[in-house]
Design a protein around this ligand. Structure first.
Ligand code: IDP
Length: 141
């Protein structure tokens, strides 16, 4: 197994629900370390650039509007198979399809407001971590 880093975002709906601590407890209990962390308010350019791969999809404008609707917590999680481990903790994109006990099953309302983001491959993890964090901002241990 490989030690990986992955980008996590606690989205505006989960921040508004005061669920930051509960979500982070799940990451830490699963053995993922938080090695980078900041709370920010995304603007259209930053949110739009992050989701550029979805630019032509019909839900893109609503996605950018949602991601800029309130503060988010962007984080770098590190651990054994961190990318897949985080995706498993998150559950399916649509919370109605998310397995019981996953973050999206427990905290998300809809496919539009689905509580968390997690990188889905090593290539996207590398791009996404660099999109929000410089090397100096990561506290690896
Ligand atoms: P992921 O967040 O599980 O990786 P992606 O397919 O990368 O899912 O989509 C990014 C985000 O876009 C999702 O988390 C969700 O909020 C939104 N999204 C994806 N598909 C749809 C859709 O069919 N309708 C509305 N929103 C969607």
């Amino acid at each position: 197994m490989a030690v990986e880093k992955t980008l996590s975002i606690i989205k505006p709906d989960a921040v508004a629900k005061n669920a930051i601590g509960e979500i982070n407890a799940r990451f830490e209990k699963a053995g993922l370390q938080i090695v980078g962390m900041k709370m920010i308010k995304l603007d259209d350019e930053k949110a739009g650039g992050f989701y550029a791969e979805h630019k032509e999809r019909p839900f893109y404008p609503a996605l950018v509007e949602f991601m800029t609707s309130g503060p988010v917590v962007v984080q770098v999680l590190k651990g054994e198979n961190a990318i897949a481990a985080n995706r498993e903790l998150m559950g399916a994109t649509n919370p109605k399809e998310a397995a019981a006990g996953t973050i999206r099953a427990d905290f998300a309302e809809s496919i539009d407001a689905n509580a968390v983001h997690g990188s889905d491959s090593p290539a996207s993890a590398e791009r996404e971590v660099a999109y929000f964090f410089s090397e100096e901002e990561l506290c690896e241990r």
